[in-house]
Write a protein that binds this ligand. Structure first.
Ligand SMILES: Cc1cc2nc3c(=O)[nH]c(=O)nc-3n(C[C@H](O)[C@H](O)[C@H](O)COP(=O)(O)O)c2cc1C
Length: 305
């Protein structure tokens, strides 16, 4: 018997695999489906205070190596999200990490307070989307000062544990992680999409995405995500949700060895379907059995020893 249970910010997860934000996490029904497929927990898509328009089509391209997306965080706003997430929470099938986003520091506080009313297990603060600029023209996650200010604002407005989602598009992610830990963050989610990047249709002589650029995700970014988690684990004491390019149970184990307690799975749903969760759980169990690992928590940070 292999025990895949993990505790994260005081919350019990039946296994470490959680749906990453923005992928299928739009309605209560889609979240429930992901749990039925084997996810240990789910992250909702990032919620804005008010209705938010995304980017024009086409917004996604993908091949066997990566996905490039410029969906631009479209959202129907806080009231609709509270309805959908509330439905999921009522069923109590798995922990919910509710992701929030804003363009202004003060709006982060407002949306955190509103979402906290439905009592999700954890709040994830998305300060790192490469397609949405903050009030100063770059994501909050690119500056230790801006990132810490958002955390302080959110901490004043909620009692829930908060995980801060960091961007890989910085020169020193560990420095940002330390700044948000000092500002009161309870956990870190790393990483958001990489880039932005651009793909060109040479016959049309134009960028493929209408937005021209988009965030890179999927298998190609896994080494960047693992290195980011490795660096963050060395720099802070708070736990990490390691996200980026995880496709298999073996990938998830590598992410945990780098220092992740939970592992986010996003783009892999495109490659393996929502069934990826059940399949990866099976793959993790097989590896643990062969290696004589009885408790998955034993491997967290294993490469640092
Ligand atoms: C289509 C799409 C939409 C996304 N939307 C969000 C979002 O709403 N909020 C967020 O924090 N991250 C969002 N992300 C980033 C993912 O949560 C994740 O951090 C990133 O894709 C890397 O993980 P992956 O390679 O497993 O997809 C999105 C990614 C994709 C591909």
């Amino acid at each position: 018997m292999v025990n895949l249970n993990v505790k994260f910010c005081g919350v019990d997860f039946k296994n470490p695999l959680v749906l990453a934000s923005g992928i299928l996490g739009v309605t209560g029904d889609s979240l429930r489906y992901v749990v039925q497929c084997g996810a240990g927990g789910v992250t909702s898509k990032s919620v804005w205070l008010k209705r938010h328009k995304g980017h024009p089509n086409p917004v996604i391209i993908a091949n066997e190596y990566y996905m490039l997306n410029a969906v631009g965080l479209p959202d129907a706003g806080i009231e609709k999200a509270k309805d959908e997430l509330g439905k999921f929470l009522k069923e109590g099938s798995a922990p919910l990490i509710a992701s929030i986003v804003a363009g202004k520091q003060s709006d982060f506080g407002d949306v955190a307070e509103e979402v906290s009313k439905i009592n999700p297990h954890i709040l994830e603060i998305n300060i790192s989307c490469p397609n949405v600029d903050d009030e100063f023209g770059k994501p909050f996650a690119c500056s230790t000062i801006d990132a810490a200010k958002v955390v302080e604002e959110v901490k004043k407005r909620t009692k829930l544990p908060i995980s801060v989602k960091l961007s890989p598009n910085v020169s020193n992610i560990a420095e940002i992680a330390k700044a948000v830990e000092s500002a009161g963050a309870d956990a870190i989610t790393a990483i958001n999409t990489v880039g932005p990047g651009m793909e060109i249709d040479i016959d049309m002589r134009t960028p493929v995405l209408a937005n021209r650029v988009g965030g890179l995700s999927g298998p190609a970014i896994k080494p960047l995500a693992i290195k980011a988690v490795f660096d963050i684990y060395k720099a802070v004491k708070i736990p990490i949700i390691g996200t980026g390019g995880v496709l298999t149970g073996r990938d998830a184990i590598a992410m945990m060895m780098a220092g992740a307690t939970l592992v986010g799975i996003g783009t892999a749903v495109y490659y393996r379907g929502a069934e990826v969760f059940g399949l990866a759980v099976k793959e993790m169990k097989e590896w643990c059995k062969n290696e004589g690992v009885k408790n998955i928590e034993e491997i967290i940070g294993a490469v640092h020893l």
